[in-house]
Design a protein around this ligand. Structure first.
Ligand code: FNR
Ligand code: LAC
Length: 362
């Protein structure tokens, strides 16, 4: 838990600093770390700052609403909690606390396959949270099928299949200080010897997965499939051709292949290629309401928020995670008002431009 001096928590960066003070080195390294030289991880954040907003005035912004439609359902706003593994390393309540914060703010919560709360346990603890399930396809297809069946049986509303981790990225902070996670019930089948490191768990993922498998998952169960980890228009088109309902334009928070494109740069060409046939979600480095606005203006339907929610969880459990989401929603409301777009539907590409300050920084 954070110390009292950390209570000046008015930005996501405040939560990050407070969490860094509170976490042990292993957990901080796991949560904050990226792959190799962490170039993409850092650029995820700075890439949004390379976009300038072109505001409109005198459009009448007294009435504002951040609502969007996602998978055919009205949502109160475009925020989704990204799937993140081993959340009990941040707080004893882990995923359950984040789901409580998600329910309290009308945010979709995505449970990670490598979460430290099982699929049924999260549903039982937080039935009123809108839940998606993120799937890693293991070489053990039996365990994989069980996970999908549990998600369907327990009211999860989408299957987010992560495709950018056929093998785990070079996580040098984890190599130096590997955290160990207490596996929850389902891991008894996969982790008979008890706690494993995230990298050891990730090695259970099937590297032979292909687009045909995606088509099979889409056909074999009732949940809409969202393919997470797409960075090119070519792959976005393949996702549409293989039964996906949506994609997440994502580089896994810079934790997989270092020096790939940041989401802010990959997003527009992908929307141009598939925006009419797929629901495009963006993630990576979103830390301000203005970042959310820019992603929506580029054509994202919604955005996933990762590490900042973990910082909130670490600092103050469900209240901290809720605080982070509420700050982002307050900032989004302000951005919509000052950009002259009372709703996300009022946004388009004309609201963003390459920032003139790009290249001027020392
Ligand atoms: C992740 N991410 C992730 N993604 C996924 O599909 N399955 C997973 O199990 C995890 N686990 C995970 C753990 C931790 C500690 C982090 C930081 C990230 C990636 C996550 O879903 C998302 O793509 C990025 O975190 C988004 O970037 P930001 O918001 O963290 O900058
Ligand atoms: C990670 C894997 C577990 O990013 O998705 O840590």
């Amino acid at each position: 838990m954070a110390e009292p001096q950390d209570r000046q928590l008015i930005s996501l960066a405040d939560y990050e600093r407070a969490a860094a003070r509170a976490l042990d080195p292993e957990a901080l390294g796991y949560f904050a770390g990226g792959a190799a030289d962490e170039i993409t991880m850092r650029d995820n954040e700075s890439s949004w700052a390379r976009l300038a907003i072109r505001p409109r005035v005198l459009v009448g912004v007294e009435e504002r609403h951040p609502g969007v439609t996602l998978l055919g359902q009205p949502r109160p706003h475009p925020l989704i909690v990204a799937p993140m593994a081993f959340q009990r390393l941040a707080h004893p309540e882990g995923e359950i606390a984040i789901a409580r914060a998600a329910a309290a703010t009308g945010t979709i919560m995505t449970l990670a396959t490598l979460g430290t709360t099982s699929v049924p346990a999260l549903a039982q603890a937080q039935p009123d949270a809108t839940r998606w399930f993120q799937l890693y396809v293991f070489s053990d297809r039996g365990v994989t099928r069980e996970l999908v069946a549990e998600a369907v049986e327990n009211g999860y509303e989408a299957l987010v299949i992560t495709v950018d981790l056929p093998v785990v990225g070079r996580r040098e902070r984890e190599l130096r200080a590997p955290p160990r996670a207490q596996p929850h019930a389902v891991w008894s089948a996969l982790a008979p010897d008890g706690p494993m490191t995230p990298m050891e768990f990730a090695r259970l993922v099937d590297p032979s997965l292909t687009w045909d498998d995606i088509a099979q998952f889409a056909a074999a169960q009732p949940l809409p499939v969202i393919v997470k980890g797409i960075l090119t228009a070519e792959d976005a088109i393949r996702a549409a051709q293989h039964g996906a309902r949506g994609i997440v334009v994502s580089n896994h928070g810079g934790r997989q292949l270092d020096t790939v494109l940041p989401g802010a740069e990959a997003l527009a060409p992908i929307v141009d290629a598939v925006g009419d046939s797929l629901e495009v979600i963006a993630d990576g480095g979103i830390r301000r309401g203005t970042d959310v606005l820019k992603a929506l203006a580029l054509g994202a339907r919604a955005v996933m928020i990762g590490r900042p929610v973990l910082w909130g969880l670490c600092v103050d459990g469900a209240d901290g995670a809720r605080g982070v989401l509420e700050i982002l929603l307050q900032e989004l409301d302000l951005a919509l008002a000052l950009a002259g777009a009372p709703t996300p539907a009022a946004l388009d590409r004309s609201f963003v431009a390459r920032a003139p300050w790009v290249g001027q920084q020392a």
